[in-house]
Design a protein around this ligand. Structure first.
Ligand SMILES: *[C@@H]1O[C@H](CO)[C@@H](O)[C@H](O)[C@H]1NC(C)=O
Ligand SMILES: *[C@@H]1O[C@H](CO)[C@@H](O)[C@H](O)[C@H]1NC(C)=O
Ligand SMILES: *[C@@H]1O[C@H](CO)[C@@H](O)[C@H](O)[C@H]1NC(C)=O
Ligand SMILES: *[C@@H]1O[C@H](CO)[C@@H](O)[C@H](O)[C@H]1NC(C)=O
Ligand SMILES: *[C@@H]1O[C@H](CO)[C@@H](O)[C@H](O)[C@H]1NC(C)=O
Ligand SMILES: *[C@@H]1O[C@H](CO)[C@@H](O)[C@H](O)[C@H]1NC(C)=O
Ligand SMILES: *[C@@H]1O[C@H](CO)[C@@H](O)[C@H](O)[C@H]1NC(C)=O
Ligand SMILES: *[C@@H]1O[C@H](CO)[C@@H](O)[C@H](O)[C@H]1NC(C)=O
Length: 590
């Protein structure tokens, strides 16, 4: 008895919900949740509720049956029945939104405001959502063997590597087709247009649950990376159902559906060049690969690349009793490509590794290339099903020309990117999907403006989802806004939480983006920024008031990233807004 009282006091004092502890229905996964066509939430993972929403496999042919989509919800601290929900749309393809929200739950209130419930989901084919496809049907040996045959290194590493990679790529599709035929007959029913429709089903089910009219329900969402393709697809299919939509780290949806990931290499070298400049400004105490000029740092880096290309390093393992290994040029390239995913966070480690390499120690590059082997098929299954019929990468000539393009565009990453991305593996997929499952038109945006303007967001240097893609997608959606931030990396939010927060809040709250009227100069003084004023239409096509102010703003912080290693607090910002259909103005001139 005493013990029980003690534990209750303990839970109360820690702020845990004691009743949850005893809740026999609390689940820590989705297996024990019954799929349902209406939205039924079950307590899960201590602080969340989970649901498996039953949706038709094919919205235009319901006789094919259903599958279920895993949703997870973090109720806002200030929730009311009418609190809007913001859906976090995960990247990939193949990334789990459930994992994303579980990992981000402590920051969502700060990012979006405490008055919004935050929801995420596993898109079709991913983790807790059906239908699932394991191309190698559990055979780890077949998967490993395929990886060894196909992943021979940077595509341009030898005079035969391109052919080896091209001809071996057919194996993958053959295994996937066989698994789809024999084990998961609807394994290819995971295309993005269907995912967009699932989101509509979700917001309608949510409205129904709240006693509102499903046909008026609108999607409020924040999409990142590939999640922006889900966003633009949704906005094209259901332009009147856009409530709020922020698309951050924008992927060119047209190139995505064509399996022609071309613009992605646009800013990769610029990013790697930023490494040299950041390292130099950080100083010798902080950047272990420091040099007297950025050009010196770049030259030493280039020298290491050349050396490893001509002289892979053998690690026999005799002394350490480790397995033998060969550290190659491709391992170094894998380091670069990995760094581009979170440049500011990875640069200090990259400096350490380059410093060790310069002193003849290659051990930290060991296994870097193999570490990027394909271990889960969700990404490629979605990507290849989506580009089925439009695939621009099927013949060896197309592959060669693609590799020539990427290598000519990016000295550092162009030759490793094709084998990293593996778009060539789509060429032997035979999804046999009906028209209703695949995107029919280019993503040109709807004929009329969306019911609420989309906010696209991009850093000025984004190594994976470059600014050029954000500009292009924004131009396809009349009335949309592009928020630019002078920073290096993917996602405006990760780099600059304190800065972006007010912008994101005001977009969600009122659709109004507050102008910043001062900027901090290099000397730390505040300076007034003059804002060009524009005429703004007062309502959109749906008759709603337009609150978005077409204003360019500009603010600058000092760059101390390498010096403090504090990515969130110190980064350089310059933001500007562009409105689709208006000429961009050079932000520097403001
Ligand atoms: C799948 O979901 C479970 C539970 O939600 C999680 O533990 C696991 O890490 C997820 N796996 C992947 C590959 O995302
Ligand atoms: C939701 O669906 C389940 C079965 O699919 C049903 O038992 C339940 O009554 C439904 N709830 C509502 C509120 O319609
Ligand atoms: C639930 O919330 C508590 C208190 O905010 C936190 O300590 C805990 O890590 C959270 N659990 C999960 C699974 O997020
Ligand atoms: C719907 O699917 C069933 C089962 O695969 C198929 O026989 C039927 O022809 C399909 N109907 C349409 C209209 O595509
Ligand atoms: C919750 O709402 C109340 C009343 O609207 C407000 O005063 C309070 O600051 C809100 N709390 C948070 C954490 O947003
Ligand atoms: C690599 O690509 C470049 C540029 O396309 C080309 O000139 C070179 O010959 C290629 N190298 C090999 C080994 O194929
Ligand atoms: C080589 O680098 C590794 C990894 O950073 C480190 O653990 C090791 O001590 C280094 N070896 C020498 C001889 O400096
Ligand atoms: C890639 O970088 C991340 C940190 O950004 C690190 O956690 C991960 O282990 C790296 N992966 C490889 C294969 O080096």
């Amino acid at each position: 008895m005493k013990r029980l009282v003690y534990s209750l006091v303990l839970f109360t004092s820690l702020g845990c919900k004691a009743d949850n502890w005893h809740d026999p229905r609390m689940v820590y996964g989705f297996d024990n949740i019954e799929p349902s066509a209406n939205l039924t939430w079950t307590s899960c993972f201590d602080n969340f509720t989970c649901s498996r929403l039953e949706v038709p496999l094919d919205y235009s042919n319901r006789s094919l049956g259903t599958t279920s989509i895993a949703f997870i919800k973090l109720a806002s601290k200030n929730a009311t029945v009418n609190s809007p929900s913001i859906v976090l749309v995960p990247g990939g393809p193949g990334a789990s939104g459930v994992d994303l929200l579980l990992g981000q739950s402590s920051t969502t209130g700060q990012i979006f405001g405490e008055q919004y419930n935050v929801i995420s989901f596993d898109p079709r084919g991913v983790n807790n959502s059906g239908p699932r496809l394991d191309c190698f049907s559990g055979s780890t040996e077949a998967r490993l063997t395929f990886n060894r045959l196909h992943r021979t290194g940077a595509t341009n590493i030898s005079s035969t590597s391109l052919e080896e990679q091209y001809y071996s790529s057919s194996i993958y599709g053959e295994w996937c087709n066989d698994a789809a035929e024999n084990q998961s007959p609807h394994g290819y029913y995971v295309t993005t247009p269907a995912v967009a429709h699932d989101l509509l089903t979700f917001v309608e089910a949510e409205a129904e649950l709240a006693g509102q009219s499903p046909s008026d329900a609108r999607l409020w969402c924040y999409g990142i990376s590939y999640g922006t393709v889900i966003g633009t697809t949704f906005a094209s299919m259901f332009p009147d159902r856009v409530g709020r939509m922020i698309l951050d780290g924008v992927l060119d949806a047209e190139q995505y559906y064509d399996n022609d990931w071309r613009d992605n290499v646009d800013q990769m070298d610029e990013t790697i060049e930023m490494f040299s400049s950041f390292c130099h400004s950080a100083g010798p105490e902080t950047c272990s690969f420091w040099g007297p000029t950025p050009a010196d740092i770049t030259a030493r880096m280039d020298c290491i690349i050349d050396q490893l290309q001509n002289h892979p390093v053998a690690l026999s393992g005799v002394q350490s009793r480790n397995l033998p290994e060969l550290v190659t040029y491709s391992d170094l390239k894998a380091l670069f490509i990995n760094a581009t995913y979170a440049p500011l966070a990875s640069f200090p480690d990259m400096a350490d590794i380059l410093h060790q390499l310069e002193h003849g120690n290659v051990s930290s590059l060991r296994g870097k290339f193999i570490g990027q082997d394909i271990t889960s098929d969700a990404r490629l299954v979605i990507q290849c099903a989506d580009s089925y019929r439009r695939n621009r990468l099927t013949t060896i000539e197309e592959f060669r020309s693609y590799v020539e393009y990427t290598t000519s565009k990016s000295k550092y990453i162009g030759d490793i990117y094709p084998i990293f991305l593996e778009t060539i593996l789509c060429r032997s997929f035979r999804p046999q999907l009906p028209d209703s499952m695949v995107v029919q038109d280019p993503i040109n945006g709807p004929q009329r403006p969306t019911s609420f303007p989309i906010l696209f967001a991009s850093n000025t240097i984004d190594p994976i989802t470059p600014l050029v893609s954000a500009r292009k997608m924004s131009s396809r959606f009349p009335g949309s806004i592009l928020l630019l931030q002078e920073a290096v990396g993917k996602f405006i939010n990760r780099n600059s939480l304190p800065f972006c927060r007010p912008r994101l809040h005001s977009y969600f709250d009122s659709g109004y983006i507050s102008p910043k009227t001062t900027r901090t100069t290099a000397s730390g003084r505040s300076q007034k920024v003059t804002k060009p004023t524009m005429t703004t239409p007062s309502t959109n096509a749906a008759g709603e008031p337009f609150n978005l102010k077409k204003i360019w703003t500009n603010s600058r912080y000092q760059l101390k990233v390498m010096a403090t290693r504090d990515v969130e607090a110190d980064t350089q910002y310059m933001d500007a807004f562009e409105v689709a259909g208006m000429p961009a103005i050079a932000v520097d001139k403001i």
